[in-house]
Ligand binder design. Structure first.
Ligand code: C5P
Length: 235
């Protein structure tokens, strides 16, 4: 069954722990991203670990292989459970990271950000992009071949990635919204039910829950919608 990860996209540790306390036992998996990590550093990870929470450290590493490998080694010491790096950093970078992870944490290769459209990609990459799905599957293949355990992709690409690369590759999908909800800065959004049907392993659900008038109630709604859906191909 797919699991929900709540991103702590807030500027202080107090704000983050306020959100964690308000959600209580409803989830045990949180994401520490660039904002909170830049503000509070590893204290944010340690505070979550002290509360027996699992931690997705979303730093989207992209640097020379030795630098990335050393950052991965630090994340291992912090007992991080999931850590992102950009698939476009290339195979040597991802192989060095996988070696440093030593199976203690699952690395996730970010394929194409869920905020990007094909015209954004064409501008960045300087060539035509016919299909985002093809680009995501191509990058996910590079991720798998580099020994990295999972990928981040939008719900729209989750099923094609699973079909092409098998169910062992972990798929994490951000860009989740309730039907009719505000997409904010995301371009490729889908509902919690669609994410489960597509075979996603983890759903990162931020503003739809954290900015709801009652976050705990919004998370209950997410779980209800997920329970009512089922991955294609399961009994
Ligand atoms: O608020 P929302 O649900 O859009 O939050 C999505 C979270 O997932 C953000 O923390 C964002 O950094 C993260 N993310 C993403 N797209 C990726 C990787 C991570 O939106 N490809």
């Amino acid at each position: 069954m797919a699991q929900v990860i709540i991103p702590l996209d807030v500027p202080t540790l107090d704000d983050a722990m306020g959100l964690v306390d308000s959600l209580g036992e409803a989830t045990d998996f949180y994401k520490v991203g660039l904002e909170l990590f830049t503000a509070e550093g590893s204290a944010a990870v340690q505070a979550l670990k002290q509360r027996n929470k699992r931690v997705f450290l979303d730093l989207k590493l992209h640097d020379i292989p030795s630098t990335v490998a050393r950052a991965v080694a630090r994340a291992r010491v912090l007992e991080v459970d999931l850590l992102t790096l950009h698939a476009t950093g290339g195979r040597p970078m991802m192989e060095a990271a996988a070696q440093a992870a030593e199976n203690d944490l699952t690395l996730l290769g970010v394929t194409v950000l869920t905020s990007m459209t094909s015209s954004d990609m064409e501008h960045s990459w300087g060539r035509e992009v016919d299909s985002i799905e093809e680009e995501v599957v191509r990058l996910a293949t590079l991720v798998r071949d580099s020994g990295v355990g999972g990928v981040v992709a939008s719900v729209r690409e989750a099923a094609p990635v699973k079909r092409a690369l098998g169910s062992d590759l972990v798929v994490v999908t951000p860009g989740i919204r309730f039907a009719g909800g505000d997409a904010h800065d995301q371009a490729r959004v889908s509902t919690p039910g669609a994410a489960v049907a597509a075979g996603a392993d983890y759903l990162v659900i931020g503003r739809s829950v954290t900015q709801a008038p009652d976050p705990a109630e919004a998370l209950r709604r997410v779980h209800e919608e997920m329970a009512g859906s089922r991955a294609v191909g399961t009994a």
